[in-house]
Design a protein around this ligand. Structure first.
Ligand SMILES: [Zn+2]
Length: 268
């Protein structure tokens, strides 16, 4: 039988912790490496609902994309939400391991999964790593000629459903053949998407000022803004397929929508 330590070793091999961004914190949050592993839950975020789901499933481990404890802590006080989650995980002997920016950049990472799900041909990083040009931030690739509006509809079909849907900016009927994507927060890659000749750039968490300024360029790509959770969730089925081949445990994907926005209203 596999152990929690086997799972951690595997993730470290696939997504080397030394490749993380300097500000990031990945790896084991809690859990004894010697504990047997029969059931694993995969999730983008660790929220109280995801922890409750893991407990109800009888999971032995959670693999999450976003770190639960990104900033320094001096205690695990169960009167606070994060302390409660860690306490519950420890009490139920559930290991938690996070793979974040180390799981974004490579050929089996979140960005590559998003590019694959949207059918980008010959995708290459928008910002390639100097030590490995096949890895890096964002992807840019080709699609069969379409429009911004039609590509947005495809995105809405391929991503899991959220309240925020797909927001569009730019000329919606323009022809799109070159598409750039970033799986997480993406308003630091506008310039790279434009310089790569993208007709359309899809990312998450695009803010007012950077987006407005990016659109002011005459050759700016149109923009699609999608749920951060939904864009990165597409990594989980690929991760499950890899884990199913490599460890002796049942691997489940959390279908809980952990996007913080749950409803939308507009004037008619
Ligand atoms: Zn993210």
């Amino acid at each position: 039988m596999s152990t929690f330590g086997d799972l951690v070793d595997l993730l470290d091999r696939w997504y080397p912790p030394e490749s993380v961004e300097p500000w990031d914190r990945v790896g084991v949050v809690c859990g004894d490496p010697a504990l047997p592993l029969a059931r694993v839950l995969l999730s983008v975020d660790v929220t109280p609902e995801v922890v409750a789901q893991a407990i109800n499933l009888g999971a032995d481990a959670i693999v999450a994309h976003h770190p639960l404890l990104l900033r320094g802590v001096h205690g695990i006080d169960p009167r606070h939400p994060k302390g409660r989650m860690v306490t519950d995980l420890v009490q139920h002997r559930i290991g938690l391991v996070c793979a974040h920016t180390n799981a974004d950049i490579g050929p089996y990472g979140t960005v590559a999964a998003l590019a694959r799900a949207l059918g980008l041909q010959d995708p290459r990083p928008l910002v390639a790593r100097t030590d490995d040009p096949s890895s890096g931030l964002g992807r840019v690739g080709q699609v069969a000629a379409t429009t911004v509006r039609d590509f947005a509809e495809l995105v809405a079909e391929r991503l899991p459903r959220t309240a925020v849907g797909v927001r569009m900016a730019g000329e919606l009927d323009r022809t799109v053949t070159t598409v750039a994507v970033q799986a997480g927060a993406g308003d630091d890659l506008f310039e790279q998407a434009r310089l790569a000749g993208a007709d359309l750039y899809l990312a998450s968490d695009l803010r007012h000022h950077p987006a407005s300024e990016a659109l002011a360029h005459p050759d700016a790509p149109a923009l699609l803004d999608v749920s951060h959770w939904a864009a990165e969730w597409l990594w989980l089925p690929e991760l499950k397929a890899r884990l199913d081949e490599a460890i002796d445990a049942e691997v489940e994907i959390s279908e809980l929508v952990t996007d913080p926005w749950t409803a939308l209203v507009n004037s008619t």
